[in-house]
Design a protein around this ligand. Structure first.
Ligand code: A3P
Length: 282
């Protein structure tokens, strides 16, 4: 019951090119970079696409995959070739972010998501990307791996606490904080605030075009053409796109166990306020 991941200096990463994994730690940022930051499966593809269109100021753009701007996946020399302003993304915990982001005051957009929905989504990710992760376990085997952080990018709990602390300690850093749930509940409102934060065009007509272009159905139909892998006939990164799918997967016992760990790990955090009120933990 293990996943194939890359271990580097005692930490777990996806099995990407080590040069890219390392390169991300010393990434050379620019002041006009915008970096979408999230634990995997928290809506990175969705929000990254929105950021890309906002920066472009138009929805009339060629199809580009989110992974083309993924800092720990693309080699530094390739990222260097991208024209400014760059729409980038990274899944690293806050303390692994390159110093250069801070000296340049690059902008971050941070997304959180209900960890139960993240767990379900990450399970499908790990199962479907079989040639990378070689994972054949069932949901009941997978959940303990997720809870213990024996997955690439490790524990959701540690990741989320690292970001909350990082945000609190770096008040000069421009960081727009949102959540997958808020993006669903008030897409236009969230997008408008994000556009204002980025200083881009934010008239309702344009924002509505962005929303339509970034809808789950549209992205599912147009993106990820190279992400359909053996054993899966559906796009891996566009599965259901809903809030609360965990309810279809967790047993009562799993949910109780999850709550216990969540309470122990997250008491007093913003994520605790968000996810224990938003969606009753039963
Ligand atoms: P589900 O597996 O619950 O469907 P990430 O982009 O960080 O890997 O997150 C992937 C999750 O975001 C998946 O969740 C995916 O379906 C969902 N997602 C992708 N594109 C979306 C979109 N345009 N709107 C809403 N959700 C989207």
């Amino acid at each position: 019951n293990t996943l194939t991941v890359l271990e580097y200096e005692g930490r777990l990463y996806p099995d990407f090119d080590l040069k890219a994994i390392k390169g991300a730690l010393t990434f050379e940022a620019r002041p006009d970079d915008v970096v979408v930051c999230a634990y995997p499966k928290s809506g990175t593809h969705w929000v990254w696409e929105m950021v890309r269109l906002l920066l472009a100021g138009t929805t009339d753009v060629p199809v580009v995959e989110k992974d083309d701007g993924m800092i720990e996946f693309i080699l530094p020399e390739e990222l260097e070739k991208l024209p400014s302003p760059r729409a980038l993304n990274i899944h690293y915990p806050f303390e692994f972010l390159s110093k250069s982001f801070f000296t340049n005051r690059s902008k971050f957009v941070y997304i959180s998501r209900d960890p139960r929905d993240v767990a379900v989504s990450y399970f499908h990710h790990h199962r479907k990307l079989v040639q990378y992760y070689k994972y054949k376990g069932q949901w009941q085997d997978y959940l303990p791996l997720f809870l213990e952080g024996n997955v690439d990018y490790e524990s959701w709990f540690s990741y989320t606490k690292s970001w909350e602390e990082g945000i609190a300690q770096n008040l000069d850093q421009p960081i727009y904080v949102t959540s997958y749930e808020a993006m669903h509940e008030d897409t236009l409102g969230q997008l408008r605030k994000m556009a204002q934060f980025l200083g881009t065009r934010h008239d309702d007509e344009f924002l509505q075009q962005v929303i339509d272009k970034c809808s789950f159905d549209n992205m599912r139909a147009t993106k990820g053409k190279n992400e359909v892998f053996e054993g899966s006939n559906s796009p891996i990164m566009y599965r259901k796109g809903k809030v609360g799918d965990w309810k279809n997967n967790f047993t009562v016992a799993q949910s109780e166990r999850f709550n216990e760990i969540f309470e122990k790990q997250m008491a007093g955090t913003k994520a605790h306020t968000l996810y224990s009120q938003l969606n009753k933990r039963t």
